[in-house]
Ligand binder design. Sequence first.
Ligand SMILES: NC(=O)c1ccc[n+]([C@@H]2O[C@H](COP(=O)([O-])OP(=O)(O)OC[C@H]3O[C@@H](n4cnc5c(N)ncnc54)[C@H](O)[C@@H]3O)[C@@H](O)[C@H]2O)c1
Length: 277
Amino acid sequence: MQLKDQVALVTGGGSGLGLAIVERFVEEGARVAIFDRSQERIDDAVKAFGDKVVGIAGDVRKVDDNNRAVAECVSAFGKLDTFVGNAGIWDYSKTMVSTEDDELSSAFDEMFAINVKGYVLGAKAALPELYKTKGHMIFTASNAAFYPGGGGVLYTATKHAVVGMIKQMAHEFAPHVRVNGVAPGGIGGSNLAGTSALSQEGIKFSDIPLDDLMKQMLPLERAFNAREYAGAYAFFANRRDNTPGTGAVLNFDGGIGMRGFGSPNMGAELVAKFGAI
Ligand SMILES: NC(=O)c1ccc[n+]([C@@H]2O[C@H](COP(=O)([O-])OP(=O)(O)OC[C@H]3O[C@@H](n4cnc5c(N)ncnc54)[C@H](O)[C@@H]3O)[C@@H](O)[C@H]2O)c1
């Protein structure tokens, strides 16, 4: 029970990675406030986790909703130890060339408002409570925070911005509140939504053949599901294992950057030498 007596607030906690983080935190003994724009997903989570969670429906783009989420978390559980900024959207890798000028402008605003402003407003709302508990902020970045090709220019720019945001907050809030990030790769079981500005409401993340793609692209040769990513958040949220860390972003993506100029399967040499297992 790494998170016994801990209280967390998870944005986008109603689905995909956020929901897996909630599940893992509850399993580790925490109580968790779920802040999501989908009331239906919140209701499902409350049904699943009972009085270990509380749900707040709202939009991470709004100052008042962020403040209300923190206030309701503290009113339900008495404090806040960990703020997890996680709610995000994707641009489904739409290229700049194929995007009309006016769409590009509104999609930029939408993408940055959720993926970056939502994190900044959430952090600002959580800060006074985290200061009291000497707490921790954890933000979901992405492989797109480090490498091109994990989205279009808008998504990639927002996730690179998240890394800068983490470093600046770590700098400003030390030594009182620590700020770290996790940069997952493709997530099995995600419902990651596209932008309204690019009319991507009808596209489903689950239609992407993630397993096949990741098998070809990753040195670790498979896709990873949301639960496999959630342990990294439990690592950053517990109060024992991460004390030297602030301003760190964990690349947790199946080794995307580890192929370099080598052969697509360097591990084959191991199999040749030691035999298959
Ligand atoms: N899916 C992937 O392959 C992948 C890969 C790397 C990083 N990520 C990142 O992981 C995070 C979680 O994504 P996911 O894949 O679990 O997606 P998801 O859509 O399954 O879950 C995101 C949740 O955020 C909520 N949300 C979206 N906009 C919101 C808003 N404005 N206000 C409040 N809630 C809002 C949604 O309702 C949803 O429940 C995102 O930051 C995403 O960029 C995802």
